[in-house]
Design a binder for this molecule. Structure first.
Ligand code: PDD
Length: 285
C-alpha cells in the first residue's frame, strides 16, 4: 500500500486525493492548517498543535470538522495507514464547499484533509547551518492565525531559494524582524540573552517549537527576552537561529550574505539543538 490521504471521511490513495473545485480553501484560501512532527510513530506536541488549530478555527469562525477526540484518532489512523515512523502529518481545515460567494455559507460542514510526509528527523536534528535573506513583511495583519493563505510566504521563500538560502526573515515597517516564512527567528545578543519577537501583537505565529525552546532555555538558565529586534541588531548578534516543527533548531550563520558572529553555529544554538533532540527522545520513551 502506497501513501494514503484522508479526505473528508475517506482514506484514499495519495495520488487520487482531491477536493471539490468550490472548496473555499481552493477559492479563497479560507482555511487553516497544522504541521505536527511524528517521531518513532508518535505525535509530538499533539496538544499544543491541537490547541493552536482550535484557536485558528475560532478566530476565523470555522467549525471543527470532527470532534476533538475523533480528530486525534484520525491522525493516528493516517499515521498507521502510511506506516509513518519519522516525518510529519499535515492537517488542513477549510470552511467547506459552497458556491463562490465571499460571505460565509450557512450549514456547510468544514473540510478536513490529512497527509503525511516521511522525513529523517534525526538528520534534521543535526542543526545544519543555514543562511537567510531579509524581505519586507507584506503579509496580512494576522500572521498569528495559521492560515493557508501563504502566497507572501511562498514568494519570500522562493526568493531565498534563488539566493541559495534556506529561509527569508520578514521585516516590518520599523526595520524589525517578524519571523521566517515557515519558522520563527531568534538571536543571541552580546549579553547572552535569547531574543525573539513577542507573540502578543499578532505579528508572528506563536510556534510550538518556539514555545518548547523557551521552556528548554528556562531549564538551562538562559534568559529569553520576547521583543522585536532589528536586522542591524541581528547582524551584530553573537548567534542567530530559527525554529520550526520541521527544522527544530537551525543555526543561521549569514543574513543577507553577512556573517553572524564568527559565521559558524554558536554554542547556545548548539546547546538548544541538543536539548530539543533530548526532548524529542524523551517524548517517545
Ligand atoms: N510552519 N512561523 C511560520 C510563519 C510558520 O509557518 C511556522 C511553521 C512557524 C513555526 O511554528 P512551529 O514551531 O509550530 O512549527 C513559524 C510549518 C512547519 C509549515 O508551514 O510547514
Amino acid at each position: 500500500m502506497g501513501r494514503v490521504a484522508y479526505v473528508n471521511g475517506s482514506y484514499v490513495p495519495h495520488s487520487e486525493a482531491a477536493v471539490h473545485i468550490e472548496d473555499r480553501g481552493y477559492q479563497f484560501a479560507d482555511g487553516v492548517y497544522e504541521v505536527t512532527a511524528v517521531y518513532q510513530g508518535k505525535l509530538i506536541d499533539e496538544q499544543g498543535h491541537a490547541a493552536r488549530l482550535d484557536r485558528s478555527l475560532r478566530e476565523l469562525q470555522i467549525a471543527w470538522p470532527v470532534k476533538r477526540r475523533v480528530f486525534g484518532l484520525l491522525m493516528r489512523e493516517v499515521i498507521r495507514r502510511n506506516r509513518l515512523t519519522n516525518g510529519s502529518i499535515y492537517v488542513q481545515v477549510t470552511r467547506g464547499v459552497a458556491p463562490r460567494n465571499h460571505n460565509f455559507p450557512k450549514g456547510v460542514p468544514s473540510s478536513l484533509v490529512m497527509t503525511t510526509t516521511a522525513k529523517d528527523l534525526d538528520t534534521l536534528l543535526g542543526g545544519e547551518p543555514t543562511q537567510v535573506i531579509t524581505v519586507p513583511d507584506i503579509r496580512w495583519g494576522r500572521p498569528d492565525i495559521k492560515s493557508i493563505a501563504l502566497l507572501p510566504n511562498c514568494l519570500a521563500k522562493q526568493k531565498a531559494g534563488e539566493a541559495g538560502c534556506y529561509e527569508a526573515w520578514q521585516v516590518d515597517k520599523d526595520g524589525c524582524v517578524t519571523e521566517g516564512t515557515l519558522s520563527n527567528a531568534w538571536i543571541v545578543n552580546a549579553a547572552g540573552e535569547l531574543v525573539t519577537r513577542n507573540a502578543d501583537e499578532n505579528a508572528i505565529l506563536n510556534g510550538i517549537t518556539r514555545q518548547a525552546v523557551m521552556e528548554l532555555a528556562q531549564t538551562a538558565s538562559l534568559r529569553v527576552v520576547e521583543r522585536p529586534f532589528s536586522v542591524d541588531e541581528a547582524l551584530a548578534a553573537r548567534e542567530a537561529f530559527l525554529t520550526s516543527t520541521t527544522s527544530f533548531v537551525k543555526p543561521v550563520v549569514r543574513i543577507d550574505g553577512k556573517p553572524v558572529g564568527d559565521g559558524a553555529p554558536g554554542s547556545v544554538t548548539r546547546q538548544l539543538g541538543v536539548l530539543i533532540g533530548e526532548r524529542l527522545a524523551a517524548a517517545v520513551r
